[in-house]
Write a protein that binds this ligand. Sequence first.
Ligand SMILES: NC(=O)c1ccc[n+]([C@@H]2O[C@H](COP(=O)([O-])OP(=O)(O)OC[C@H]3O[C@@H](n4cnc5c(N)ncnc54)[C@H](O)[C@@H]3O)[C@@H](O)[C@H]2O)c1
Length: 279
Amino acid sequence: MRDLTGRVAAVTGAGSGIGRALALALASEGCQLALCDVDEKGLSETGKLLEARSAKHSLARVDVADREGVFGWAEQVVEDHGAAHLIFNNAGVALGATVQRMTIEELEWLMAINFWGVVYGTKAFLPHLERAGEGHVVNLSSVFGLIAFPTSGAYNAAKFAARGFTEALSIELRAAGSPIVATVVHPGGIRTAIARNARIGSAEPDVISLEERERLFDETARTTADQAAQVILRGVKRDKRRVLVGPDARVFSGLQRLFPTLYQRLLALAAKRRPTGIV
Ligand SMILES: NC(=O)c1ccc[n+]([C@@H]2O[C@H](COP(=O)([O-])OP(=O)(O)OC[C@H]3O[C@@H](n4cnc5c(N)ncnc54)[C@H](O)[C@@H]3O)[C@@H](O)[C@H]2O)c1
């Protein structure tokens, strides 16, 4: 979709980070915005930033893990804006826990948001995009949807699944000659609130505080949310099926492709050296 002017774009998790930056960048492209989040305060702050730019927008408190809620929101978006052309399934959370120690409930919590949230958003909006005669489904995976990482098993499972789901959809749409495009996005470290909002597994030993994790994350995450949004929109405008965000994402993608098992040995070695187990 080369020209986004006048299109209606829906973004989940728009109260912070990449979702907020996407909303602002889409507004600059002349889009109307339909935004949702569970964090009403963050969402209303995004709304204020859009008001300052006179961008037409609607805000809704929607939990992407709630199937009825997401389908209801999609109907509401079309009622409020007249159509829907783009859906960014962006809302996400993180969990730091080894596979051995994470509880099934913790895994289910993460999958409900990071995987099922993507599925519901895609399924709820796709018929509306088809009705509009053009559209783009943009699903946020991660570099952790390309490579596995210690203490990220739940996150890896959801992000690998989001990638498989989106790539299958993309192939189906192409095969059917559909005007809809599906893109999977793999950001590397992006400086957002994701580490602050992360949960640590309830059975994890208390070797590192959440503040320390945040500090480590901020040190390694080099790309800003605004830069990430620009890269994602460039990919959308070029109908890219896969978008890598940040130099670290390109390095990890290359590492995975060239050394699909060696990278695991290297990460295990690095994890062994750290008291946290986090590389
Ligand atoms: N920041 C990174 O380094 C990074 C890297 C790779 C992928 N990602 C992915 O990018 C996406 C955006 O993350 P971010 O970095 O901007 O994080 P963030 O924490 O800054 O923003 C995530 C937003 O999602 C919202 N959210 C959480 N659970 C929700 C739910 N159940 N329903 C609706 N909204 C919900 C939060 O309230 C928050 O506003 C996520 O899918 C994340 O996994 C982030």
